[in-house]
Design a protein around this ligand. Structure first.
Ligand SMILES: NC(=O)c1ccc[n+]([C@@H]2O[C@H](COP(=O)([O-])OP(=O)(O)OC[C@H]3O[C@@H](n4cnc5c(N)ncnc54)[C@H](O)[C@@H]3O)[C@@H](O)[C@H]2O)c1
Length: 333
């Protein structure tokens, strides 16, 4: 299949592009704006994959989309502004990418009658104290990030109801693994621990997330692309439900550091307490997670330890300035 993977230079999109090109022999075209979170380095091993093409452009730019989508049979959209903290300090770009961008892609799919898969998040359901969300749970997002993701999901559904476009939505829980930008919890804590920087933990550290190894999410998205029913959403939850402070403790163990590095910081405004997804529906399509959290975390820590070529330029650039602004302290060199 020839696939347009939007946002494929980011964390999850690059794993998906690799998986589809290497294991499924798909021809992959990546369209990516290369924001601070998008890096061509994430795709460098795909340069020689048959049919691989990279197009530098925004999903809200109809001309760039028309160029990239030529000859493709399906669009899988990962492109998004993805960091909750950044959505609190500067929501505007979240609207542009999530709403205008998704709409532009849907129009391109409609004109060409293409299959369309939207990559979404458990955060659209909001927080849940007990039990798990199913696909029929109401959307109740709490941050500008999750609200714009929910808006995009609704727009996608409307294109099936109104125009009969063959869409599906895949809502993943918190992903982790190699190539994740260090503003997110696990790479933030791993890199700070490796450098001996304090590990900033929000609030009491008891926010619970459902950890999903990035390759497992990529496989689930492929399953939904191939076998998901038109107009349906599929939840994809990981096997590892864990409070943040427990994740941090495990990372300290894996990096040989002690708990004196933990620093509790003022909580994120409106911080959702717990996310949990029921994944029964996607399992009926034949998907199940392969990676246990303990193994995936070990593999992730090892990858960051061994791949300083990847994170060194990040720690000396935009991220360093962002970190100082956000946490009010500098990172070690
Ligand atoms: N990271 C998670 O835990 C998680 C969990 C579930 C769902 N998701 C969803 O998966 C998708 C990918 O997340 P990620 O963690 O890989 O994000 P990421 O921030 O690592 O990557 C996002 C990519 O999108 C690109 N991009 C941003 N705006 C764009 C635009 N306007 N046009 C074209 N490209 C643009 C960026 O350059 C980057 O390459 C997102 O839609 C996110 O909501 C993420």
């Amino acid at each position: 299949m020839k696939l347009l993977v939007c946002g494929g230079a980011g964390f999850i999109g690059s794993h998906f592009a690799r998986l589809r090109a290497r294991e499924y022999d798909d021809e992959v075209v990546v369209l990516d704006k290369l924001t601070y979170a998008g890096r061509e380095e994430n795709l460098r091993d795909l340069a020689d994959a048959p049919g691989f093409r990279f197009v530098h452009g925004a999903i809200e730019d109809a001309d760039a989309v028309a160029d990239a989508v030529a000859g493709c049979e399906a669009i899988v959209n990962f492109a998004a502004e993805t960091h909750v903290d950044r959505s609190i300090s500067g929501p505007e770009v979240f609207l542009t990418t999530q709403m205008n961008g998704t709409w532009t892609l849907l129009e391109a799919a409609r004109e060409r009658e293409l299959r369309y898969v939207q990559v979404s998040t458990d955060e659209v359901y909001g927080s849940i104290d007990e039990g798990s969300f199913t696909e029929t749970s109401p959307l109740d997002p709490s941050s500008p990030y999750s609200a714009t993701k929910a808006g995009a999901d609704l727009l996608v559904s409307s294109y099936t109801h109104t125009y009969g476009l063959p869409t599906a939505i895949c809502r993943g829980s918190n992903n982790y693994g190699p190539f994740q930008y260090p503003e997110k919890l696990i790479p933030l804590m791993v890199l700070n621990a490796l450098h001996g920087d304090p590990l900033p933990v929000y609030g009491d550290g008891m926010n619970v997330r459902n950890w999903l190894y990035v390759e497992d999410f990529g496989r689930a998205i492929g399953t939904v692309l191939e076998r998901g029913a038109t107009g349906e959403a599929y939840n994809v939850g990981g096997p590892g439900e864990c409070p943040n402070i427990e994740v941090v403790r495990r990372i300290l163990e894996l990096t040989g550091r002690d708990e004196s590095l933990i620093e509790y910081v003022t909580d994120r405004p409106g911080h959702d307490r717990r996310y949990s997804l029921a994944s029964d529906k996607v399992r009926t399509l034949g998907w199940e997670p392969r990676m246990r959290f303990e193994d995936g975390l070990q593999r992730t820590v090892d990858w960051y330890r061994e791949n300083s070529w990847w994170w060194e330029p990040i720690r000396s650039g935009e991220y360093r300035a962002y970190y100082e602004r956000h946490y009010g302290r500098a990172l070690r060199d």
